[in-house]
Design a binder for this molecule. Structure first.
Ligand code: PMV
Length: 313
């Protein structure tokens, strides 16, 4: 029996833009997906016991099988290797929290252990990136990197396909956030392709927005490092606005963002692929987190109280 885990994540700055080589800031959260893998007599037998939003399992089922086959191939194994795979853990299967990458990392680690492959973190990360392609089409790699290594980081994809730039971002203390879930499963691949298509069709509108996203990431890093939460929140609000402009927000995401700001969050924005999925509110403490959670519950939304910048290494 082999076991493995992968962290969930929230993107604080730069989702979608990171796919195109703009830097982003991501934090692992203290919830993970766990996997147990055992050799089987035949077939790929998946028992997925994660808590998910409605329809998540069905929507992702085929992508999940493709993802595992891709990872087996990347490990130089037969993609039809018979395996029993159990998936569970504390990370809910909400779109936007990197659940697919967390599960890919967990499964890759569990296969590594069960089959004694002797793979290290860098190889697990590269294999999980292959698995992510089944869910995201052309992923930036930010999700699997956060799921593998944990912590808070600055991520810049190398568009030429070489080594990505990954740097630790140091903050004074872990900071409280609340994640709000629309309850709607989103198709990350379709969202990513939509942005790429619209950018191509309308560079005059999109190019300046990409420039703004880049400036926000740099300013966000600086504000996080000096611990200026008010500034971080303002920049997150600004990031949400440009995500609205590139067409990846939704009515429910905007509603959650509004609620969180009204309850005293420093700032709030959608996180991950958008079009449903989740948003993140920077609360900076349990009191505001409690108020935000109460208002989310009252409005019928799902939530997760967690922290960014927890040192896991
Ligand atoms: O929705 P998620 O958790 O899969 O996050 C997707 C993040 C994107 O920036 C939209 C895509 C990517 O590969 O970076």
């Amino acid at each position: 029996m082999g076991k493995g885990s992968g962290y969930g994540k929230v993107i604080l700055f730069g989702e979608h833009f990171v796919v195109h080589g703009i830097p982003g800031i991501v934090s692992a959260i203290d919830s993970s997906t766990d996997a147990i893998v055992t050799k089987a007599a035949k077939g790929l037998n998946i028992k997925d016991e994660r808590k998910t939003s409605k329809g998540y399992g069905e929507e992702k089922r085929l992508q999940q099988i493709e993802s595992i086959e891709r990872m087996l191939k990347a490990m130089k194994l037969d993609p039809k290797t018979p395996l029993d795979i159990w998936i569970g853990g504390s990370l809910p299967g909400f779109s936007g929290l990197g659940a697919s990458a967390a599960s890919s990392v967990a499964i890759a680690r569990a296969i590594n252990e069960e089959l004694n492959l002797g793979l290290g973190n860098d190889q697990i990360n590269a294999i999980a990136y292959e698995g992510e392609k089944a869910y995201a089409g052309n992923p930036s790699g930010i999700d699997n990197t956060a799921a593998t290594y944990g912590g808070l980081m600055w991520f810049k994809k190398n568009p030429a396909g070489g080594q990505d730039l990954v740097e630790r971002v140091r903050i004074k203390r872990p900071v409280e956030v609340v994640i709000g879930s629309t309850g709607k499963t989103a198709n990350t691949k379709a969202m990513v392709e939509g942005v790429a298509d619209r950018r191509k069709a309308n560079p005059a509108k999109y190019d300046p927005l990409f420039k703004q996203a880049e400036s926000l990431a740099f300013a966000g890093r600086k504000a996080l490092e000096v611990g200026d939460l008010k500034k971080v929140g303002d920049l997150m609000n600004e990031n949400h606005r440009i995500l609205q402009e590139i067409g990846v927000s939704s009515k429910e995401l905007d509603q959650l963002v509004e609620i969180a700001r009204k309850q005293g969050a420093f700032g709030a924005k959608l996180t991950g692929g958008g079009g449903g999925g989740c948003m993140v509110a920077l609360t900076g403490g349990n009191e505001v987190s409690g108020k935000v959670v109460g208002a989310f519950k009252g409005a019928g939304f799902g939530y997760l109280m967690t922290k960014i910048g927890v040192v896991t290494y």
